[in-house]
Design a protein around this ligand. Structure first.
Ligand code: SF4
Length: 317
């Protein structure tokens, strides 16, 4: 009896608690994909950065919790109370231009009350990582690429730094990471997100036909060079079809029937669009979906197949 009790306590002690936080804000705010803007209509989707970090942190020694204070309309006080209740060892929080001041105020309060490591993802943190970490001593690091599987070993042990992470080391020194850290032949293949942790029933867009809806990214960055757009500064990487299939399987298991493809440009390659459509047809998921496409590509080449695979709406840029 004694042995069982001790084993239970030891196992509990070894579990690392990680909180994925989309901080509160008075307006419906979308912070993801290194961008931040208010919802101009009746649309809000799951923050994709946190989704993919949740997949990359899938590990038997990690217990994850998600607070999406935006879609759940939680106040700062409520969020702080929930964090105190959960007692995380690590917090990964989003931040963005529109909410930057209130985000930093909240995170400073949290760090005053909870002894934990605190990491941030978002555009302002990524612009000047050294200046950011110097100005906000409560932040322990910045994740520059939510697709990177190396987030897991770093979270388990902060000495395992990675090229996609800016970090304050235990001796106080700072190492700098970057977004475009991968060589041409290195392709990040994230584990499927932990969709069950997110309040999927609360996400929707006016163009989604069904609920629950998932937001999926099959490629990172964009090959076009529009100067006003953050995606133009990111190298283009395509996830493998096998890697996307794992995510489709996970989405399907979680009862999702609608997908909003969040790729900056879904049709960067006709061959790839065909492969994704053929996968959806072969596995008979029954998804309905929408995506962003670029008008420079000859859309007629893939329209019929896309429609057959469940596409009902495209947003043309
Ligand atoms: S095509 Fe669209 S996503 Fe790509 S750089 Fe231009 S505006 Fe950004």
């Amino acid at each position: 009896m004694c042995l069982g009790f001790c084993v239970h306590l030891c196992c509990k002690f070894l579990i690392m608690k990680v909180l994925l936080l989309n901080p509160p804000f008075p307006e419906m705010l979308l912070r993801d994909n290194y961008c931040c803007h208010t919802s101009k209509g009746d649309y809000v989707w799951a923050p994709t950065d946190l989704l993919y970090v949740s997949g990359n942190l899938s590990h038997p020694d990690i217990e994850q919790k998600v607070i999406d204070a935006i879609v759940e309309k939680k106040s700062s006080e409520k969020v702080i109370a929930e964090i105190e209740d959960f007692q995380p060892d690590v917090i990964v929080a989003l931040s963005g231009t529109a909410s930057f001041v209130s985000d930093m105020e909240l995170l400073a309060k949290v760090k005053d009350r909870i002894k934990c490591r605190l990491y941030v993802m978002g555009n302002i943190a990524a612009f000047e990582p050294r200046a950011f970490l110097n100005k906000f001593p409560m932040i322990d690091g910045i994740f520059h690429n939510f697709f990177d599987e190396k987030i897991l070993p770093f979270v388990l042990n902060p000495l395992h730094t990675a090229k996609s992470i800016s970090a304050r080391l235990p001796d106080g020194s700072i190492i700098l990471g970057e977004v475009n850290y991968l060589g041409k032949h290195e392709i990040p293949q994230p584990l499927p997100p932990n969709y069950s942790l997110f309040p999927l029933h609360l996400y929707s867009t006016p163009i989604s036909l069904r609920s629950p809806m998932a937001s999926v990214i099959t490629s990172f960055g964009c090959p076009y060079v529009c100067k006003f757009c953050v995606a133009s500064g990111l190298n283009l990487y395509h996830r493998s079809i096998e890697n996307i299939e794992l995510e489709f399987d996970e989405i399907h298991r979680n009862g999702v029937r609608e997908i909003f493809f969040m790729d900056s440009t879904f049709n960067t390659s006709h061959a790839r669009v065909r492969e994704i459509c053929e996968l959806m047809l072969k596995k008979n998921y029954g998804f309905t979906w929408s995506c962003n496409v670029h008008s420079h590509r000859n859309l007629n080449q893939t329209f019929t197949l896309m429609k057959k695979a469940g596409c009902h709406t495209i947003q043309i840029g």
